[in-house]
Design a protein around this ligand. Structure first.
Ligand SMILES: [Zn+2]
Length: 114
């Protein structure tokens, strides 16, 4: 019997991290481009789905698992990955500062009313 193309190992090889829950039990996202996908069929090829839904993803463009990646291929995408990690860290901190400023406004308006 032919093995399904779509299994946990193939998904992980093609860059996907499991983020599923009760309502989306097969939801995953790419560690590199953050593209989220769900609703997988047993015949889906995770690499093909990845590049189809995220054609600009540098990891998906390689079509190679991290184990099969050559050092120069890794180095070519490493800086982009680091930038994405730093951007996402800064965005998260900026959101937290924004939330704090909103609380501050609410508290100040309540103080000013009383
Ligand atoms: Zn990706």
């Amino acid at each position: 019997m032919k093995k399904d193309k779509c299994n946990a190992d193939k998904m992980a090889e093609s860059g996907f991290i499991f983020i599923g829950n009760k309502s989306e039990p097969d939801a995953v996202k790419c560690f590199f481009c953050n593209k989220g996908l769900d609703g997988w069929d047993p015949t889906d090829d995770p690499w093909q789905e990845h590049i189809k839904h995220s054609p600009k993803c540098s990891f998906a463009k390689l079509q190679k698992s991290q184990d099969n990646m050559k050092m120069k291929e890794f180095l070519a995408i490493k800086d982009e990955l680091m930038e994405k990690i730093i951007e996402s860290y800064i965005e998260d901190k900026a959101n937290k500062i924004g939330e704090f400023e909103n609380y501050e406004k609410i508290i100040m308006s309540k103080i000013n009313k009383s």
